[in-house]
Design a protein around this ligand. Structure first.
Ligand SMILES: O=P(O)(O)OC[C@H]1O[C@H](O)[C@H](O)[C@@H](O)[C@@H]1O
Length: 557
C-alpha cells in the first residue's frame, strides 16, 4: 500500500486541519504535562520532542499510521536478516556488526556473528601490530601516520568518530596519527605528501566495492609517492597498504597482501559500515576497547529499537515525526545542530546517511511516488551556525525542522582557572542551545524591539513556530556516540518504511560516474570525437583550447 493510500494518512491531514493548523507550538507548550507525552529517556539518551507541532492525538494517529503500514513487522524483518534491500536482493545487517560476542544471528544456516567476531579479532591484531611498533615501514621504522583513503561511507563514519572522540585517544607504546583523504581531486593527499614521511606512513584503502575511482586514484597517487622514496614495489605494497573491502579478489588484484586484507560483507551498506573493519582508523586512535564501547552503545539502541512498542520506541518516534513534518507540515528542510564542536562532522555524516538512503522517488514496488520523501538535510556546529545561517531559521521564508544535540557534562573537573573558564564556556553553550530552540519556537519582537515605526519593526519580528527536537547525552563517550549514530540509522529506516522506499540502495549516484568515463576519455583526446550537449561541448572545448597543459599524462608503469 502506498503511504498516501493508508486510511490514517487522510486522518492525519484532517487532524492537522481541524486541530493544529492554526495552533502555535508555543501554545501547545503551555501544558505542563507535555514532557510526559513527548520526552523520552533511554539509557544515555534524552530525546525531547515537545517543541514539535503535535498533540496527543497526532501521536496516536502517527502510531496508527505505523501500525497500518506494518512498521513493527518491517523492524522485525530488518533485525532478522530478511532481504530488505530489494533492488540488490540482500539484507541490511549493520546491527549484526555490533552484536555481543556471544550472540548468534543465523543467516542461510550460518552464524554471521562468528564471522563478525573473527574479523574484529583480525582487526584487533592489526591495531596491535601498528600501535606496538611491530608493523614496520620499508626502512624498518615503526609507523607514525595512518591515512584512511576512502570516500562516502568509507570516510565519513570513521572521520566523524575519530574527530568526536579525540579525547579518548589511547596511550599506545607507538601512538599513531590518523588522517583522512577522500576527494578525487588529489588536494588532500598532496598536502599529506608534503607533511608526512613515506618511511613511516601507512595507507588504509577503504572501499566496500574496491572500484571507487576517487579512492583508487588517491591510492595510486599514494603508491607513486611511496615508490618515489623506495623503489621495491612488493615491499611498498606489503608494508604500507591495508585493504578493507567486500571483494578479496579486487584487493588481491591491487596487490594487497592477504594478511593485510580486512573484510566486510555485502549485507553492510557503505553508509552503515563504520562498525566493521571500516572503523580501523577509529580503533587505531581510541583503541579496541573503546571501539567495542562504541559498538555496545549502538547495540543497546538496537535492542531498544527491535523490541520496544512503537509508541515508546525513540527511533520510531523520531522517524514518525520526520514524516509528520515533511508530509503534513510541509517542512522540506532539516538542520542538524550539534552544540559541541567535537561533533562537527555529524551533520555531514547524517547528510549522507539520510539523503543517500531516503532521497528516492520510487517505491519498493518500482512505482513513482507522488509525495515528498527525504528533506534537504544539512547542518553545522550550532554555536557557529548561529553566526551563519540562523538568520534564515529565525526570519527566512522557509520552515526548517531543527535537531539540537548536546552533551550535558563537559569540562566538569575543575582544578584550575582555565578549567573553570572552560566549564563556564560549556554552560554558555548549553544556554545557547536551549535559548535558540526556544527562540525558534516562541519568536516575537519584544526582546530586540528598539521601538520605531511599524515598518522598522518588521525587520525585528521573529515569526517563530519552527519545529525542533532536542537530544541530550550525559557526555560524549564512545558508548553514547554509538547510541546517537544508531538512533539516526534506525530513524532513516522508519521513514523509508512509511514512505515504502528502499533506504539501502543508491542507484542515483551511478549515472554521473558513467558519464565521467566518457568525459575523461574525451578530455584526453586532442580533439573531441563525441558530441555531448551544447553546454558540455563548450566547456570541454574551452578547457582544451585555452589551457595547453590540460591533458592526461602517461603514468610510469
Ligand atoms: O566504499 P566504496 O565502495 O568505495 O563506496 C564509497 C561510496 O561511494 C558510492 O558512490 C556511494 O555513493 C556511497 O554510498 C559509498 O559509500
Amino acid at each position: 500500500m502506498n503511504a498516501t493510500e493508508a486510511k490514517t494518512w487522510n486522518k492525519l491531514q484532517k487532524h492537522l486541519d481541524d486541530e493544529l493548523a492554526n495552533v502555535r507550538i508555543e501554545e501547545l507548550n503551555k501544558c505542563d504535562k507535555r514532557s510526559d507525552l513527548l520526552s523520552f529517556n533511554f539509557d544515555q539518551l534524552l530525546v525531547d520532542f515537545s517543541k514539535q507541532k503535535v498533540n496527543s492525538n497526532t501521536m496516536q494517529l502517527l502510531f496508527e499510521l505505523g501500525e497500518e503500514l506494518n512498521l513493527t513487522n518491517a523492524i522485525k524483518n530488518l533485525a532478522s536478516g530478511d532481504k530488505v534491500n530489494t533492488t540488490e536482493n540482500r539484507p541490511a545487517l549493520h546491527s549484526a556488526l555490533r552484536l555481543n560476542p556471544n550472540d548468534s544471528l543465523v543467516l542461510d544456516g550460518d552464524d554471521i556473528n562468528r564471522h563478525v567476531q573473527i574479523e574484529l579479532a583480525r582487526m584487533s591484531k592489526v591495531v596491535d601490530d601498528i600501535t606496538t611498533g611491530n608493523w614496520r615501514g620499508y626502512s624498518g621504522k615503526p609507523i607514525t601516520d595512518v591515512v584512511n583513503l576512502g570516500v562516502g561511507g568509507s570516510d565519513l563514519g570513521p572521520l566523524l568518530v575519530c574527530e568526536a572522540l579525540d579525547e579518548f585517544k589511547e596511550a599506545h607504546s607507538n601512538p599513531v596519527d590518523v588522517h583522512f583523504a577522500s576527494t578525487m581531486d588529489g588536494s588532500q593527499v598532496s598536502l599529506l605528501f608534503e607533511r608526512l614521511n613515506p618511511e613511516t606512513t601507512l595507507f588504509v584503502i577503504v572501499s566496500k566495492s574496491f572500484t571507487t575511482i576517487d579512492t583508487l586514484s588517491n591510492a595510486a597517487s599514494a603508491k607513486a609517492w611511496l615508490l618515489n622514496a623506495f623503489q621495491d614495489e612488493s615491499i611498498i605494497i606489503k608494508q604500507h597498504f591495508i585493504g578493507i573491502s567486500v571483494s578479496e579478489s579486487k584487493m588481491e588484484k591491487w596487490g594487497i597482501h592477504p594478511e593485510h586484507q580486512l573484510k566486510l560483507w555485502d549485507w553492510v551498506g557503505g553508509r552503515f559500515s563504520l562498525w566493521s573493519a571500516v572503523g580501523l582508523t577509529i580503533a587505531l586512535k581510541i583503541g579496541m576497547a573503546n571501539f567495542r564501547r562504541l559498538l555496545n552503545g549502538a547495540n543497546k539502541l538496537d535492542q531498544h529499537f527491535f523490541s520496544t512498542d512503537i509508541n515508546q520506541n525513540i527511533p520510531v518516534i523520531l522517524g514518525l515525526l520526520g514524516i509528520w513534518n515533511t508530509n503534513f507540515l510541509n517542512i522540506k528542510a532539516q538542520a542538524i545542530l550539534p552544540y559541541d564542536a567535537r561533533l562537527k562532522y555529524f551533520p555531514d555524516y547524517l547528510t549522507q546517511l539520510e539523503m543517500e538512503s531516503n532521497g528516492k522517488s520510487v517505491t519498493l514496488q518500482g512505482e513513482r511516488i507522488s509525495f515528498d520523501t527525504c528533506p534537504i538535510l544539512w547542518g553545522e556546529v550550532g554555536p557557529n551556525a548561529q553566526h551563519a545561517f540562523y538568520q534564515l531559521l529565525h526570519q527566512g521564508t522557509r520552515k526548517v525542522a531543527c535537531d539540537f544535540i548536546a552533551p550535558v557534562n563537559r569540562f566538569s573537573t575543575i582544578t584550575s582557572e582555565h578549567e573553570k573558564s572552560l566549564h563556564n564556556q560549556h554552560l554558555l553553550t548549553i544556554a545557547n542551545c536551549f535559548a535558540q530552540s526556544r527562540a525558534l519556537m516562541v519568536g516575537g519582537s519584544s526582546a530586540v524591539d528598539g521601538g520605531g515605526s511599524s515598518e522598522l519593526k518588521n525587520h525585528k519580528f521573529y515569526p517563530g513556530d519552527q519545529s525542533s527536537t532536542t537530544i541530550l547525552i550525559p557526555e560524549l563517550t564512545p558508548y553514547s556516540l554509538g547510541q546517537l549514530i544508531a538512533l539516526y540509522e534506525h530513524k532513516v529506516f522508519v521513514m523509508a518504511t512509511i514512505w515504502g522506499i528502499n533506504p539501502f540502495d543508491q542507484w542515483g549516484v551511478e549515472l554521473g560516474k558513467l558519464m565521467a568515463n566518457d568525459t575523461l576519455r574525451e578530455l584526453n583526446l586532442d580533439s573531441m570525437t563525441m558530441c555531448f550537449d551544447a553546454s558540455t561541448n563548450y566547456l570541454m572545448n574551452y578547457v582544451k583550447s585555452n589551457f595547453a597543459t590540460f591533458k592526461g599524462v602517461e603514468e610510469d608503469k
